[in-house]
Design a protein around this ligand. Structure first.
Ligand code: AHR
Length: 329
């Protein structure tokens, strides 16, 4: 009998402790009245990405009413899955994810939905059959960006019998790569004089692009004639320019036309200096838009399902000191 009473007493204490612990988490959130955001970022592979992280952190700051749990996935989708599962356990209010690549998200997003946590996808997209797994998406139209670049090539190489193009792809399977590559691939079908002399993976990084471009140029028995290098972001452009110049190519007027995406500060400077022929903007300052999705929901509204940011293109002659100073990245 005594043993049973003791066991019941211990069970009572244990459940009281458990209830206190739960109450503690809830009370903490309620006390400071902050909305808890679990955020999974791709990594820090590019200048664009760094600016994007800063924008997200600023938008979801304490002064704006948020407690941000920020996780850097170091370019690995597996790490994103792990952090999202942790956010679910922590019972965050919202999950914000900048996905590395489009595929493979079903299971983890189903888990978030089952836990009743809205998921906001920022920048790239996820490819899921069930659209209800994503509450809203905020980002760019990457195919439209690629189309802007293609139009520039069409205009500037209109009367050429042959246009030799090197293509450096971004992270394979990411929306940015799929869109920008897609626009170029479609253009090849319409221009029989466009000649794809080499296609390589730069993974959106300067180091990898420098390496693959250097290896390609070093391994060619005859120095390739290159008209255009289509890089899928600024860091790839920087790596390509370094390797091209080392191999004796001139980038810019009368030489190789390097095309780039992002239009970050350093990309625009390289464009103003004539080394990048065209900058197609990709705006990383997505924090305010993503935050407005959460705010709408906090106020009981329904956010727009898809929001694309406005973007433009820049040519060397467009880039003034005032323009450089006016931009936030
Ligand atoms: O998804 C956006 C792309 O990812 C940017 O163009 C690139 O710089 C980044 O790493």
């Amino acid at each position: 009998m005594m043993r049973m009473i003791k066991r019941l007493f211990l069970m009572l204490i244990a459940s009281m402790l458990f209830l206190c612990a739960c109450g503690e988490t809830e009370r903490k959130v309620a006390e400071d009245n902050l909305v808890v955001i679990g955020m999974s970022q791709v990594g820090a592979e590019s200048d664009w990405r760094v600016a994007n992280s800063e924008s997200m952190k600023e938008a979801f700051s304490e002064k704006n009413g948020y407690r941000l749990l920020f996780d850097d996935a170091r370019q690995k989708q597996e790490n994103q899955f792990t952090s999202i599962r942790r956010f679910i356990q922590q019972r965050v209010d919202y999950i914000v994810v900048m996905p590395i690549s489009e595929d493979g998200w079903e299971s983890v997003l189903e888990e978030a939905r089952d836990a009743g946590i809205p998921v906001i996808v920022v920048d790239r997209r996820v490819n899921v059959g069930d659209g209800s797994l994503v509450t809203a998406h905020v980002g760019a139209d990457f195919y439209a960006e690629g189309t802007s670049a293609v139009k520039w090539i069409e205009k500037n190489y209109a009367n050429r019998d042959r246009v030799n193009i090197v293509h450096i792809r971004g992270t394979m399977g990411s929306t940015a790569q799929i869109g920008r590559t897609g626009a170029l691939t479609a253009a090849f079908r319409n221009h029989t004089n466009w000649n794809l002399i080499k296609e390589m993976d730069g993974d959106f990084t300067q180091a990898k692009t420098y390496e693959v471009m250097r290896d390609y140029l070093e391994s060619s028995s005859v120095k390739p004639v290159i008209d255009v290098v289509y890089c899928e972001n600024d860091n790839e452009a920087f790596g390509a320019i370094d390797a091209l110049e080392e191999a004796g190519y001139k980038c810019g007027d009368g030489g190789v036309a390097v095309i780039s995406f992002d239009a970050t500060h350093d990309g625009l400077v390289a464009c103003r200096d004539g080394k990048i022929a065209l900058e197609v903007e990709c705006n990383p300052l997505l924090g305010p838009l993503a935050e407005s999705v959460v705010r709408t929901m906090e106020e009981g509204g329904v956010p727009e399902k898809n929001q694309n940011v406005e973007e433009s293109i820049f040519l060397p002659e467009d880039i003034t000191d005032e323009l450089l100073e006016s931009r936030g990245y």
